[in-house]
Structures are given as structure tokens and as C-alpha cells.
Design a protein around this ligand. Structure first.
Ligand code: 5GP
Length: 182
């Protein structure tokens, strides 16, 4: 059997990727989610091994040295990366969704030309900022950093295979499901 596709989903923090991915996985049971490793602390409600593997900077750097990441990047003062072994194991069972930012997406594109790269846009920058503030768990400093980062990310969307707007999570999820069914 051939390996499952890698489906990369990028979009600014606060754009609603988590909700969209959740809807997609409910509708297509063969999809699995690549759980990233990160050095950032968990937000309220986040579970180790489900949303992320929360690991120390030391451990992360050890894994970089071992070549254990399919891709990784440092942003917003922390490391984020896709553990290679886990992604490969999940691909045995079907397509794997990667929620990663553009620097990581570029690395995946280079090592896996067959990967499908999808960029999710907010309806507007004002709406993105409103959503970030609405989360209530992000400091002013973090909001400023994330908005600056969002501007850079938005410029990267040009080299993605598909760009979709998250005006409504259900509609957005359906649009992506249609893309990956092609
Ligand atoms: P957050 O801290 O809000 O969970 O995520 C911040 C950003 O990190 C998001 O844009 C998310 O897509 C990205 N991210 C999460 N996991 C990974 C990963 O494994 N690799 C890379 N390159 N980015 C990631």
C-alpha cells in the first residue's frame, strides 16, 4: 500500500485552524493529525500528547541533532517541530494533517514534493486580531508578535497550492475536504 499524503495546513495563529481541522477529522475518519513537539508552555485545556508534545528546549535541541524532525522552526520565542517517526507511522493509515507555519511548510515541500500545501486566511486582519484577543490567554506582547508574524505569513501564501478563507469553519473544512479528495 502507498503511504498517505501529507497535507500541510498553515495560517496565522488565531485563524481557527484547530476548529477547521477538528471538523475535517470528524467527517473523514481516515485522516490523522501530526502532533507537533514544542517548547512553549501549554495553554489552558491543552493536553500533552494530544495538542502538542510539550518538551524542554534541551530535549528539542537533542532531537534536532538526531535528525528526529521532518521539519522544525523557531518562532514567537519557541521551537515547534514535526516528529518524523510519528508522521511516518500515521501515514501507514492514511493522509496526515500537519498544522505548521510557512517556514516548516517550505521544508516539507522540499523533502516531500507530493505534499499538498493549503493556506487558511482570516476574513480580515481586524477579525484576526479580534479572535486573538478573544482567546484571553495571550498577552499584549504576544498579540503584537503574532500580528507581526501574521503579516509575514500572509505574504507566504503565494507559493501554497491552495488558499482558502475561514469565514465559516464548517464551510472552510468542506472546501479543504474537497481539495484533498481530488
Ligand atoms: P500556537 O503556539 O498558536 O499553537 O502555534 C503557533 C504557530 O506554530 C502556528 O502557526 C502553528 O501552525 C505553528 N506550528 C505548530 N506546530 C508546528 C510544527 O511542528 N512545525 C512548525 N514549523 N510550525 C508549527
Amino acid at each position: 500500500m502507498s503511504k498517505g499524503k501529507l497535507i500541510v495546513i498553515s495560517g496565522a495563529s488565531g485563524v481557527g485552524k484547530g476548529t477547521v481541522l477538528g471538523i475535517m477529522m470528524k467527517k473523514r475518519k481516515d485522516l490523522s493529525f501530526s502532533v507537533s513537539a514544542t517548547t512553549r508552555p501549554p495553554r489552558p485545556g491543552e493536553i500533552d500528547g494530544v495538542h502538542y508534545y510539550f518538551i524542554s528546549r534541551e530535549k528539542f535541541e537533542e532531537m534536532i541533532a538526531e535528525g528526529a524532525f521532518l521539519e522544525y522552526d523557531a518562532h514567537a520565542d519557541n521551537y515547534y517541530g514535526t516528529p518524523r517517526a510519528q508522521a511516518e507511522e500515521k501515514r501507514e493509515r492514511g493522509p496526515v494533517l500537519l498544522d505548521i507555519e510557512p517556514a516548516g511548510a517550505k521544508q516539507v515541500r522540499e523533502s516531500e514534493p507530493e505534499a499538498v500545501l493549503i493556506f487558511i486566511m482570516p476574513p480580515s486582519m481586524e477579525e484576526l486580531e479580534r479572535r486573538l484577543r478573544g482567546r484571553g490567554d495571550t498577552s499584549e506582547e504576544q498579540i503584537k508578535l503574532r500580528m507581526e508574524r501574521a503579516v509575514w505569513e500572509m505574504e507566504q501564501k503565494q507559493w501554497y497550492d491552495h488558499v482558502v478563507v475561514n469565514d465559516d469553519p464548517e464551510r472552510c473544512a468542506d472546501e479543504i475536504l474537497k481539495i484533498i479528495a481530488e
